[in-house]
Write a protein that binds this ligand. Structure first.
Ligand code: CP
Length: 333
């Protein structure tokens, strides 16, 4: 039994350790071959729900592609649960999850605009795994897994890597989840590059300090671009600013990865971005081999295939354990 399979849910990056990360990455490597072969039946008979209350291209498409490649069924999918589910009539997230669990899915992939939504869903789902596909400005753990996998694949290791996280660090759940995972490694150095209005939050800095990760905050991208192995660029997330439109204007358009920045970077460094991008990476640099953000998105397919295989197996294990208990008590044949 895999170490990660001991968890019912995938809710946050902190629940992973070096061993479970290695397990996921090893299976993701196998998944690449499965996709190249045209698919497998690893999820045959498994029924997955993708419940999205916020827009998504990559996360929902890659989860649903993962289900398809592995021979499972996406038994219910909604890309706009706020409008096209009974939430529009006032139903709570908890009641929605309880109801969906009545139909016995093998996992529910959930994206929601509120921090802690995945945890709330997990509280009312004692049998069905909940996979956090982004909870507001909280976390996006499967994105962090694919980000870390990409760093390992492209740089060759995560230990002793120097990374600049750039842009909307306050609202960026991918930055937060990736920082938590980087805290599991040694010799990592992080430069947080952001304007004052969207600086990285204290909880992440406290976590990194507790895990002996060296970090620096700066507003000057050109100062650090030549020092790092990875530039992790992010979008200024307009939708998270609410009525703080002045703050959005202060943060927007400051950091753009263009040829000038690429010229400062090391020859073997990489540019990552969780995507979608707006104007923070000039499309003219897409053809530079160091610009690997679409390859990064592709890794999301392999990582999510791995996660679904590991996590959807939890139902069977739980059912088997219950059945064994019943047999022991003499309540079944
Ligand atoms: N990176 C990411 O979460 O992209 P989507 O919002 O398109 O899913």
């Amino acid at each position: 039994v895999l170490e990660l399979a001991k968890f019912l849910h995938v809710l946050k990056s902190q629940q992973f350790n070096r061993k479970t990360l290695e397990e996921v990455f090893n299976i993701a490597g196998e998944m690449k071959k499965v996709v190249e072969r045209g698919g497998s039946a690893d999820l045959y008979g498994k029924r997955i729900i993708t419940l999205f209350y916020e827009p998504s291209t990559r996360t929902r498409a890659s989860f649903e592609a993962a289900i398809s490649y592995l021979g499972g069924t996406c038994m219910f999918s909604t890309e706009n649960a706020r409008e096209f589910s009974s939430v529009a009539k006032g139903e709570t997230l908890e009641d929605t999850i309880r109801t969906l669990c009545c139909y016995h899915p093998d996992a529910i992939v959930l994206r929601h605009p509120e921090i802690g939504a995945a945890k709330r869903a997990a509280k009312v789902s004692s049998q069905v795994p909940i996979i956090n596909a982004g909870d507001g400005v909280g976390q996006h753990p499967t994105q962090a897994l694919l980000d870390l996998y990409t760093i390992q694949q492209k740089i060759g290791q995560v230990d002793n890597t120097t990374i600049a996280m750039v842009g909307d660090l306050m609202n960026g759940r991918t930055v937060r989840s990736l920082a938590y995972l980087l805290g599991k490694y040694s010799g990592v150095k992080i430069y947080f590059v952001a304007p004052k209005v969207v600086r990285i939050r204290d909880d992440i800095k406290d976590y990194l300090s507790r895990h002996d990760i060296i970090y620096e905050e700066t507003e000057d991208l050109s100062e650090v671009a030549g020092k790092v192995d990875v530039i992790y660029q992010t979008r200024i997330q307009k939708e998270r600013f609410g009525d703080r439109i002045e703050d959005y204007k202060k943060a927007k358009g400051i950091y753009i990865i263009n040829q000038e920045v690429m010229d400062l970077m090391k020859r073997d460094a990489i540019v990552m971005h969780p995507l979608p991008r707006v104007d923070e990476i000039d499309p003219a640099v897409d053809s530079d081999p160091r610009a690997i953000y679409f390859e990064q998105a592709q890794n999301g397919l392999y990582i999510r295939m791995a996660i679904l295989i590991i996590i959807s197996g939890n139902i069977d294990r739980k059912k088997k354990a219950e059945r064994r208990k019943k047999i022991e008590k003499g309540t079944t044949e």
